[in-house]
Design a protein around this ligand. Structure first.
Ligand code: FAD
Length: 450
């Protein structure tokens, strides 16, 4: 640990080189270039090593950021990476796209820009080398359904403990939403694959293009494996029921981004409206822009209420993308089965709702039409559990998520565990990893007793 002497606050973050907005709107190359080793050391020197560690308290993983920051400050990127891997098998991915709850609580942020904790994690992943070895084989086997951050975290923890692990993934490539959702200009695939390869190097078997399509298949897995983990995420589009959703040109963000990321020839409209204010809406609008559309955001609340990360919103603004705030789509207009426009209502902010944000209230008689030939709905998605039987043994909620024991993450079916977006609903990578670590512990405890 670095010397814990009182140091002077350095309010300004070491800047990272970004690809110029006028260039990057024409390509899918990474926007942020990353710190050099020296820049990372300088940024780490801004850490105040607070006694109360608010960054650690804010992180769902409680990954002790000050420890790897201190190691980076000493120039020891290898040890920094090894420390991160104790908690998080996705340092490259999280160093780039974690929502960094830690930075929101960073003490330096009270008087300046918070320490770039995520970017420091990225530097450890970029420059560090660390090998993790599994324990002696136990002869026990775990089946994991879904190769997203939750599934891979369970695979990582179980394989480290010496259990054999096989992952069944429905899509042709692993990574979950990190591959099927997040575009490569935020998370280059070679960086994602670096994290994945480290997990596979523990001897984890990965079967892609192998979806589980019935409850019977899961029961069969229990015959062959000692425990089963379900980490299928939230991949089913959730529609709002707006009139005209069946028109040609109307797509859901999950389908749109997955098709683009799979390398399909995806056509965008000349004018493409993206509905929503979260991270997935930002990804959709920037992707549509890069594919040549005049793409813009339609959001029913105000800018300060957007759930997307502020830095990401700023990058979208730099790319010249227009935001239509306090605008609520009420009807999708079409002709001959094809979308032609979006009827909207103007909104104003009323009293706070249960989320604490001021509720958008429609302004009567304010209907107007935005002409556009494509709409990407980026409001919400949910787990696809259509494969469950009608009288399923799995208890689920009305949001189509699995009910699990809060202590062990075991579902209502003994020996089958679940975590990630298919339990919490759409959340974040770090939350999926944290919940999956808990589920892995539930599995390890269970296997110890058998
Ligand atoms: C567009 C978009 C952008 C996002 N950006 C961010 C961000 O910047 N930062 C952040 O922290 N979070 C972000 N998120 C959220 C984050 O990606 C998810 O919270 C996280 O990936 C959830 O992990 P998971 O493992 O639970 O599920 P997933 O990552 O969804 O992985 C589930 C896996 O299970 C597979 N699967 C599904 N059904 C089956 C089946 N029947 N059989 C076999 N395999 C199956 C899926 O194909 C998938 O590979 C974003 C989400 C989206 C949609």
């Amino acid at each position: 640990m670095a010397e814990k002497k009182k140091r002077k606050m350095r309010p300004d973050r070491v800047k990272m080189r970004m690809q110029d907005a006028s260039e990057r709107i024409h390509n899918f190359d990474e926007v942020a270039s990353g710190y050099t080793r020296q820049q990372a050391i300088e940024e780490a020197m801004r850490c105040l090593y607070c006694k109360k560690v608010p960054c650690d308290e804010a992180c769902p993983l409680h990954c002790r950021p000050a420890e790897y920051i201190a190691l980076i400050e000493q120039g020891d990127f290898d040890k920094a990476l090894a420390q991160i891997l104790e908690y998080n098998p996705f340092p490259s991915a999280c160093g780039r796209v974690c929502v960094h709850f830690c930075e929101e609580k960073c003490t330096v942020g009270k008087k300046g820009t918070p320490l770039a904790i995520a970017w420091l994690k990225r530097a450890a992943a970029d420059y560090g080398q660390a090998t993790v070895s599994p324990r002696e084989p136990t002869g026990k086997r775990v089946a994991v359904i879904g190769a997203g951050p939750a599934g891979f975290t369970v695979a990582w923890e179980c394989a480290k403990a010496g259990h054999g692990v096989t992952i069944f993934e429905g899509l042709p490539s692993p990574g979950g939403m990190l591959w099927a959702g997040i575009p490569p200009y935020r998370l280059p695939r070679e960086e994602l694959n670096r994290d994945i390869q480290r997990i596979l190097d523990l001897g984890v078997e990965l079967l892609v293009g192998s979806p589980i399509t019935s409850e019977q298949e899961i029961r069969d897995l229990l015959e062959e494996y000692d425990a089963v983990f379900i980490g299928i995420g939230a991949h089913e589009p959730r529609w709002m029921g707006t009139e005209g959703e069946d028109l040609d040109g109307v797509v859901h963000v999950v389908d749109f981004l997955r098709d683009v990321n799979m390398g399909k020839d995806v056509k965008v409209g000349d004018k493409t409206a993206v509905i929503g204010g979260g991270s997935s809406a930002m990804d959709a609008v920037r992707t549509a822009r890069r594919l040549g559309a005049d793409a813009f955001i339609v959001y029913r609340r105000a800018r300060e209420q957007m759930p997307a990360d502020e830095a990401e919103i700023e990058e979208v603004e730099e790319e010249g993308i227009v935001f239509n705030f306090l605008t609520n789509p009420t009807r999708i207009l079409g002709k001959d089965g094809k979308m032609t426009g979006l009827e909207c209502l103007r909104m104003e902010l009323g009293e706070p709702d249960e989320s604490g944000r001021r509720r958008p209230v429609p302004i009567e008689g304010s209907e107007f039409v935005i002409e556009c030939d494509m709409m990407i709905q980026a409001i919400s998605q949910r787990p696809d559990i259509t494969w469950l039987e009608k009288d399923s043994k799995f208890e689920t909620t009305r949001w189509q998520t699995f009910e699990v024991d809060p202590e062990t993450s075991e579902t209502s079916v003994p020996g089958i565990f679940a975590a990630g977006d298919d339990v919490s609903g759409p959340a974040t990578i770090v939350e999926a990893i944290a919940d999956a670590r808990k589920a892995a512990q539930g599995i390890l405890d269970d296997l110890e007793q058998t």
